[in-house]
Design a protein around this ligand. Structure first.
Ligand code: CTP
Ligand code: CA
Length: 236
């Protein structure tokens, strides 16, 4: 991905990308998970690498291979992902939060495998809220200039009677306080585990949204192009 002069658009830049889906442990062998395959996040890492960036990929349970030429850090649960993001994000120009982070986790993790106690009863699993990693990063950045100047969220939305996918995306962008939000429409047969994707990129500074459709690598190239414009706008 090059600019009009043939320079890679992210040359000399450092980008950290989270990808995949978290797993919230219940006991030593069980977890609550989600359907994210990590394909879009891996495509973003490839596109950022091809645009000349030094890329750190924080991977949570990818179903696809890790691309060559990127640094990989592994995390499993939302709490582990939060630790990894706060450890690795300082010193980077941008953070792309593409991972599907569980909103809730089991309130307690059993040390041994949960057993059937009798013939008929079943346990009730109590959940607690996970921290919002993206919102915490935006908040922490106010007093830590080492944290990335450009933070990008991803939102999987479904439209309903109360609002459209775009309206929900705009409200979420304002709520999170990040610079960019990539919105995609999800449904039973859309996005998760599929090879193609349609997205809209929304900007906090109010400039018009960008749309992209195609393979996950096509979409990733558009997101990286917009990210480069945002980073360069921040530094000039
Ligand atoms: N995210 C995060 N930490 C969480 C949940 C989400 O950092 N605990 C990030 C995701 O990685 C993504 C963005 O926030 O970049 C939006 O995620 P989404 O699930 O769409 O937003 P939520 O605020 O969790 O809202 P909802 O109730 O619609 O799920
Ligand atoms: Ca969520």
């Amino acid at each position: 991905i090059q600019d009009l002069l043939g320079e890679p658009v992210l040359a000399g830049r450092k980008v950290v990308i989270t990808a995949g889906g978290t797993r919230e442990p219940l006991d030593p062998v069980r977890f609550l998970g989600n359907r994210s395959s990590g394909r879009q996040g891996v495509a973003l890492a490839q596109a950022a690498r091809d645009a000349g960036a030094e890329v750190t990929l924080i991977a949570t349970h990818l179903e696809v291979p890790v691309p060559h030429g990127v640094n990989v850090i592994h995390a499993s649960s939302a709490l582990e992902l939060r630790d990894a993001v706060f450890e690795h994000a300082p010193g980077h120009d941008a953070l792309i939060m593409n991972a599907a982070v569980a909103d809730f986790r089991p309130a307690s993790v059993e040390n041994s495998k949960i057993k059937k106690r009798d013939e008929h009863s079943a346990p009730v699993i109590e959940l607690v809220r996970n921290p919002d990693i993206l919102a915490e990063l935006v908040q922490a950045r106010r007093s830590n200039e080492q944290l990335p100047g450009v933070i990008v969220g991803f939102a999987a939305e479904t439209g309903d009677e109360q609002g459209t996918v775009l309206e929900y995306g705009q409200a979420k962008l304002a709520r999170k306080g990040c610079e960019m939000l990539v919105v995609n429409e999800v449904g039973a047969s859309l996005t998760f585990g599929q090879d193609t994707n349609t997205i809209q990129v929304l900007f906090a500074d109010g400039r018009p949204s960008a749309t992209a459709s195609g393979s996950k690598i096509d979409v990733a190239r558009v997101v990286i192009q917009e990210l480069a414009a945002e980073i360069n706008g921040h530094t000039t």
